[in-house]
Design a protein. Sequence first.
Length: 254
Amino acid sequence: MFIIGAPRSGTTFLGSCIGRLPEISYHFEPRLTKAAARCVYDGSWTRKRSAAVFRLEYAALLLASLGGGRRFAEKNPENSFLVPFLAETLPRSQFLHILRDGRDVAVSHAEMPWLAARSAAEGRRGRGGQLWGPGPRWWVEDGRWDEFARVPDIVRSAWCWRRFTEAALDGLASLPADRAIEVRYEWLVRHPAGAADLLADFLGTSSAGRQALHAGLARARPDSVGRWQAALNRDEISQVEGEIGPLLVRLGYA
């Protein structure tokens, strides 16, 4: 099972709730597969090698967590770019995609150090080995790398939301309904009981798992919705919507 979506979209919260299910062995952004995503995405690894690495890593994680007989679940935003590969490599896998208003995501992401200009000289790295700071990531479009490094942090964060969200939507579009589900963050935090039942039905979980989902999602915080309206000034809204406006409209957020 793969929990995907843009960073700061609620993937960590949703993953922690899925991790409450007794039949699940849950893993938060494993370092190897997080780093290997780039090699799959850019084709520097063959399909055969990529499949072997991911299968071996998941088997090792299950063994290390004493999760034998349990279902493997990984929360990793980078998997948003690998849906076709993962769906083919693991043909019984399912995908949970969480979507959130890109303006709220941009505000939340810009508060983090990962893409911030202020982090450029710190030399710190994320779980996948990427240096923190404004340097272009492997998922930035060709021809826009220099631009990515120059724009304000808030725009870079919105850019990240757009790329991850577009990749997930494109990858999931061809999967049958029993393999993929989309949940809006805004709906989930306002209607946690409904979201719990929806996810429990999709996953075919046990009654104990359903109860665990209800308990986990009940911790959702609806006050996190719409923060961008107070956090962004008029110029910042214009800049953010200049980068992600069409996708906001496509998803009904604008």
